[in-house]
Design a protein around this ligand. Structure first.
Ligand code: MG
Length: 356
């Protein structure tokens, strides 16, 4: 054996990676030993490989996924530097979003209920746009004094499905809310919406479905019902909080640690819904209650907005628009400026003190 060859143990010590990690990196084609003894299967590494091994160790310390490390290692140093900078910018953006969420939860869980008895009401606007590419609009957007809703239909009967789902909730948009716990009320309404979607599917049950994200105003709180990948956001004190999770296959893979958020943006199945309002499966929507504060601004939107307009731009547009109507139109214009690849629907509602 050449004097420049190191055993896996010596090499591991020199590059501060464990022999176990080195064996894994060999299997993943990330760092191949220079020579494998055909008789014993022992791995031997060349001294010149130390530099790459150390780079791998540093990138692991940054938390970079192995698939991305493999790409970086294949690049020339200048391109690798660019790639590392891009990765880190993404980590910081994600951390900022999680910091917002943590602040929201701290406020939410330590906050006392509103004591002042000012009457509050909603000011609202809704609009749905076909976008620039799709032949038809399968979204439905609705806003009323008590009910805000966005639905994004898919499949051959997507348009009637989304409209039937919203229509099935409209009995809630009344001055006299039916008695009973508001979350139970919403959950029952979703069962009604599921049946309405089944009727709307009209023979295409297998392939038809719709998302549904809706807020019901109780006078002091908002009850949220959510299924699919449409979204609800809250703008409070200038900060933007997303209050829904996307029910997509890739989000589930991220939650399980099988995929990073960055890998998800290019995953071939990123559009696949894990859950939706479908005629063939019972609906299991997310439900939650939001305490309302005067000055809160809510946004409901379909993925035609959130897939092409980054959260930072959404926050800016929501902050700068004076009224819900202006916000809705600015957001839809932003989606279409970004190519308008999908139908786009927005509902914006402000919590304001009721007019005397
Ligand atoms: Mg869509």
């Amino acid at each position: 054996m050449s004097r420049d060859m190191l055993t896996i143990g010596a090499f591991a010590k020199a590059c501060r990676l464990s022999p176990k990690a080195l064996r894994l990196y060999d299997e993943l084609d990330l760092l191949r030993p220079s020579r494998v003894d055909p008789d014993t299967g022992y791995r031997y590494y060349a001294v010149e490989q130390l530099e790459q091994a150390r780079l791998v160790a540093w990138l692991r310390r940054l938390g970079m996924p192995l698939a991305r490390i493999r790409q970086v290692c294949a690049l020339r140093p200048a391109d690798a530097a660019h790639e590392i900078r891009a990765y880190w910018a993404q980590v910081e953006a994600e951390t900022a979003a999680r910091r917002d969420l943590a602040e929201f939860l701290v406020r939410h869980m330590s906050g006392t209920p509103r004591k002042d008895t000012t009457m509050l009401e909603l000011r609202y606007s809704a609009h749905s746009d076909r976008g620039l590419v799709r032949p038809a609009n399968q979204d439905t957007a609705y806003a009323g004094a008590r009910l805000l809703a966005v639905a994004d239909g898919c499949g051959p009967a997507g348009a009637p499905a989304s409209s039937a789902a919203v229509e099935a909730l409209r009995f809630l948009d009344t001055d006299e809310l039916p008695a009973g716990n508001v979350l139970n009320l919403l959950e029952d309404a979703v069962q009604g919406a599921t049946e309405a979607v089944r009727d709307a599917a009209n023979g295409a049950e297998e392939d038809t479905g719709t998302t549904l994200t809706a807020l019901l105003w109780t006078g002091s709180r908002l009850a949220l019902v959510h299924i699919g990948d449409s979204r609800a956001y809250l703008l409070r004190d200038g900060a933007l909080f997303r209050i829904t999770d996307d029910h997509t296959v890739v989000q589930a893979m991220i939650d399980e640690g099988r995929l990073t958020p960055e890998e998800a943006t290019t995953h071939p199945q990123r559009m696949l819904l894990l859950k939706a309002l479908s005629p063939t499966a019972p609906a299991t929507p997310d439900l939650r209650l939001q305490d309302a504060e005067p000055g809160d601004r809510y946004l409901l939107c379909s993925d035609g907005l959130s897939r092409v307009v980054p959260d930072a731009a959404i926050r800016h547009l929501l902050n700068s628009a004076p009224a819900p109507d202006a916000a809705v139109h600015a957001l839809i214009a932003a989606a279409n400026e970004a190519g308008g690849p999908d139908n786009v629907s927005c509902v914006v509602a402000d919590v304001v003190e009721a007019a005397a």
